[in-house]
Design a binder for this molecule. Structure first.
Ligand code: FAD
Length: 385
């Protein structure tokens, strides 16, 4: 019997497991294959909802499902924390068990690391956990005027478009309430342009100028002073705020670090085409946990899941691997309530986004529902998140 073990039942891990369960159904039923997903949480969260919750566009019950209900019945689910991954002995240890594997898929994601910036956690709000998204919703609702600062405090972080989308949504939200002129909106970003990809950054800068969102670029946050309500940069600038929405730096899961599977930044060195953990043909890494030079985005995890599940299927059936990851990512940028554009790009082709429009916004809202019935079910991997 061949054992496929997936560590992390978030977006990437769930898609790989479900897609393989569809393709290998007969073998699973006959007991020739076993697929196990291990996650410390029993709940699967659709994280893009965190950005929309503060503006009342999505709600808690649209963001969470029990992981067991999402997985095919033929998949074993263990709600256990993984403590050690021993790739030389094909062994994964959890709080309560030792699991052997023939194929291992690491999809342990990324998480905020507030400890990297002094004062960060107390100094402001963020939308990187469900709880924090709701706290931010309250703060946004109570904010009556003054300086609202949206800042990125470390790169890389999950969903590179999210902070600027937050700024656009705040502009739109307060404009609809008729109080926009009481609010000064500042966007602080560590690079000399407001987004990583140059041609997109140009369009974003223009939109921000049009919407009177002030950009403070090359602002690398050194510390936040919650008492004085000030943010100081390594470059020596200090900015005062009345309300701060701060994107924290991110790091990989502790288990991959303590298992010696990461680089200095906490990311797993991963072959950019095969998605093998470098040096191990039986171990794959996908999604936010990797060091791949692409966005930490659910769509990237989805495209990568398609490659990994196909190549594991090929291996089990005696075929050579038939897919390579080409760096594909698909991201929406919400530019206002009721307006969005879309980025589609890969290692070789930069994005060429259309002008913001209602159709893209509508598609994003529809997609938020389709995530549960199509994407997470592994029915159409490679379709994007
Ligand atoms: C505000 C926000 C908005 C976003 N918007 C978008 C968007 O519009 N489009 C888009 O494509 N992406 C978006 N993303 C990013 C997207 O959610 C992530 O890129 C995606 O979830 C990554 O999938 P993953 O499988 O790599 O990690 P995750 O989905 O985070 O899953 C990782 C899993 O690993 C588990 N785990 C970690 N360590 C252990 C351990 N030791 N033992 C057991 N289990 C463990 C965790 O519990 C978790 O379930 C957004 C993210 C945020 C925060």
């Amino acid at each position: 019997m061949k054992r496929i073990l997936v560590v992390g039942g978030g977006t990437g891990g769930t898609i790989v497991a479900n897609n393989l369960a569809h393709r290998l159904h007969e073998k699973l039923v006959k007991g020739e294959i076993e697929i196990t997903v291990v996650d410390s949480s029993s709940l699967h969260v659709y994280q893009p909802a965190y950005l929309l919750i503060p503006f009342g566009i999505m709600h808690r019950n649209e963001a969470i499902r029990p992981e067991r209900d999402l997985l095919a019945e033929t998949i074993k689910f263990r709600q256990e924390r993984v403590n050690k991954i021993d790739v030389n002995n094909r062994l994964v240890k959890t709080d309560s068990s030792s699991l052997q594997y023939d194929f291992l898929v690491l999809a342990t994601g990324a998480q905020p690391d507030y400890s990297q910036v002094p004062g960060l956690e107390k100094g402001g709000y963020d939308f990187y956990t469900l709880e924090n998204a709701y706290k931010l919703r309250e703060a946004i609702g109570k904010f009556e005027g003054g300086r609202l600062v949206v800042a990125v405090t470390g790169i890389p972080f999950k969903c590179p478009t999210a902070p600027m989308e937050f700024a656009f949504l705040a502009d739109s939200y307060y404009s609809k309430l008729g109080v926009r002129d009481k609010i000064e909106l500042d966007y602080l970003y560590p690079l000399p342009r407001p987004f990583t990809i140059p041609n997109v950054a140009e369009q974003v800068q223009k939109l921000m100028d049009d919407r009177k969102i002030k950009t403070d670029l090359l602002f690398n946050v050194e510390s936040v002073n919650p008492e004085k309500k000030e943010i100081t940069s390594i470059e020596g600038e200090t900015i005062k705020y009345d309300l701060a929405v701060l994107t924290p730096p991110h790091t990989g899961s502790e288990v991959v670090r303590v298992s010696g599977l990461t680089d200095k930044g906490g990311w797993i060195p991963t072959d950019r085409y095969t998605l093998h953990v470098k040096g191990y043909d039986d171990v794959y890494a996908i999604g936010d946990a990797t060091d791949l030079p692409v966005s930490k985005a659910g769509s990237a995890a989805d495209f990568q899941a398609a490659v990994v599940s196909t190549n594991i299927w090929d291996n089990i059936n005696g075929f050579p691997p038939s897919l390579r990851y080409d760096g594909r990512v698909m991201c929406f940028i919400i530019t206002a309530i009721g307006e969005a554009t879309i980025l589609l790009f890969d290692y070789e082709h930069p994005p060429s986004p259309p002008p913001p429009n209602f159709a893209c916004y509508w598609y994003k809202l529809v997609y938020n529902r389709m995530y549960w019935t199509v994407t997470a079910k592994g029915l159409l991997p490679g379709f994007g998140v």
